[in-house]
Design a protein around this ligand. Structure first.
Ligand SMILES: NC(=O)c1ccc[n+]([C@@H]2O[C@H](COP(=O)([O-])OP(=O)(O)OC[C@H]3O[C@@H](n4cnc5c(N)ncnc54)[C@H](O)[C@@H]3O)[C@@H](O)[C@H]2O)c1
Ligand SMILES: O=P(O)(O)OC[C@H](O)CO
Length: 338
């Protein structure tokens, strides 16, 4: 990996976050090639500098181009950034991996845990590409795509087990509006990012049911306690959960109408079914899948995880959002720090 900006970065794929993060990378001085699944998306980006499907009205910088050819996107890229839905990463990456340069650093922007395997995205990347921990990084924080694309100020965490690699990546994505901090706690950042989506669903349900700020603040706080319980059991640094990739992202997601997870939860709270919500949007709400994987992970490690458990039940249609609220409150009482 080059230590100075202006190298080539390949970004997969041209959804909301892949496109918004391409703006950050381009503003930071990288040449960005964005891979799109559909030729019309790539053509529009190249011809009009706009991703009409995911970020309409946002002009992309001239140093972002697009292609549907994965080999072309990856050729000469010393940083590969992955922003697909978490549940399709393994299949997608299996196709792309043979074209990734031998020493390229692979960065996950995804916030989910794979169903079935219960693997985090960094684990999937390792399994599919064979890359070691010094070549796998995570970028995670309170980064709603639309706000980032409008260049509203924000901060984030760049985590890699190798601190020097995290520092080099930090330079590659430090733009005038985007301030990245380094960390070596990949696991803590990934679990913070995946769990906040599930808590965002629960908060959305409360909003959809018509409850106010006491309810949402209680869910956010207990959701963070649940996240920290599991993350620390797995070896995360508790301070990561108090930082941008934990509390910061939780606050952004749970308070913003821009959050797809919070909106998904709000619709569940208003009585829509999961199938009806899926039919109404193409955008990914990772928590609707990761509630099951995080619930299973917590069970595997003997952690109490009522938020993940009840959100999973509501998403599966075996409980209503009101049932969830009633069940959460009816549990045995206990000490706050247990
Ligand atoms: N949008 C945000 O604000 C934001 C911010 C930070 C992190 N993230 C994370 O980034 C990841 C991607 O989210 P997004 O917001 O870009 O989602 P999105 O729904 O906006 O876009 C998803 C992208 O993946 C592509 N895609 C869908 N199914 C696919 C498949 N089977 N194979 C390959 N590609 C497929 C779509 O074409 C699209 O380009 C998620 O893990 C999300 O949690 C999103
Ligand atoms: O729209 P959401 O709920 O996927 O959240 C987007 C980002 O993860 C916020 O940091």
């Amino acid at each position: 990996m080059t230590s100075a900006p202006h190298g080539k970065v390949a970004v997969f794929s041209a959804g909301s976050w892949g496109t918004a993060f391409s703006i950050v990378l381009a503003d930071a001085g990288n040449d960005v090639t964005l891979w799109a699944r559909r030729p019309e998306v790539a053509d529009a980006i190249n011809a009009r500098h706009e991703n009409v499907d995911y970020l309409p009205g946002i002009e992309l910088p001239p140093n972002v181009d697009a292609t549907t050819d994965a080999e072309k996107a990856l050729h000469g890229a010393d940083v590969v950034v992955l922003a697909t839905p978490s549940q399709t990463l393994r299949e997608n990456l299996t196709e792309w991996a043979p074209h990734i340069e031998d020493d390229a650093v692979i960065v996950s922007l995804m916030k989910g845990v794979e169903l079935g395997s219960l693997n985090r995205m960094s684990e999937v990347i390792h399994q599919v590409t064979g890359a070691g921990p010094e070549r796998i990084a995570v970028i995670s924080g309170p980064n709603l795509a639309k706000e980032i694309a409008r260049r509203e100020p924000a901060a984030s965490v760049v985590a890699c087990a190798d601190e020097e690699v995290a520092k080099r990546l930090q330079q590659r994505c430090h733009s005038p509006a985007f301030r990245p901090y380094t960390s070596v706690d990949v696991l803590g950042c990934e679990l913070g990012g995946a769990y906040k989506n599930v808590v965002g669903l629960a908060v959305g349900m409360a909003v959809g049911l018509g409850f106010g700020d006491n309810t949402t603040a209680s869910i956010i706080t207990r959701g963070l306690a649940e996240t920290a319980r599991l993350a620390m059991k797995l070896g995360a640094n508790p301070l990561t959960l108090m930082g941008l990739a934990g509390l910061g992202d939780l606050v952004a997601t749970c308070s913003s109408p821009l959050s797809r997870n919070r909106s998904f939860g709000e619709k569940l709270g208003q009585g829509m079914t999961t199938e009806e919500i899926y039919a109404s949007t193409r955008q990914v709400a990772e928590g609707a899948k990761s509630c099951s994987s995080l619930r299973a992970l917590a069970e595997q490690y003997g952690c109490d995880a009522p938020v993940a458990r009840y959100v999973d039940e509501v998403v599966a249609g075996t409980m209503t959002a009101q049932d969830m609220m009633d069940a959460v409150l009816a549990r045995d009482t206990k000490a706050e720090t247990d």
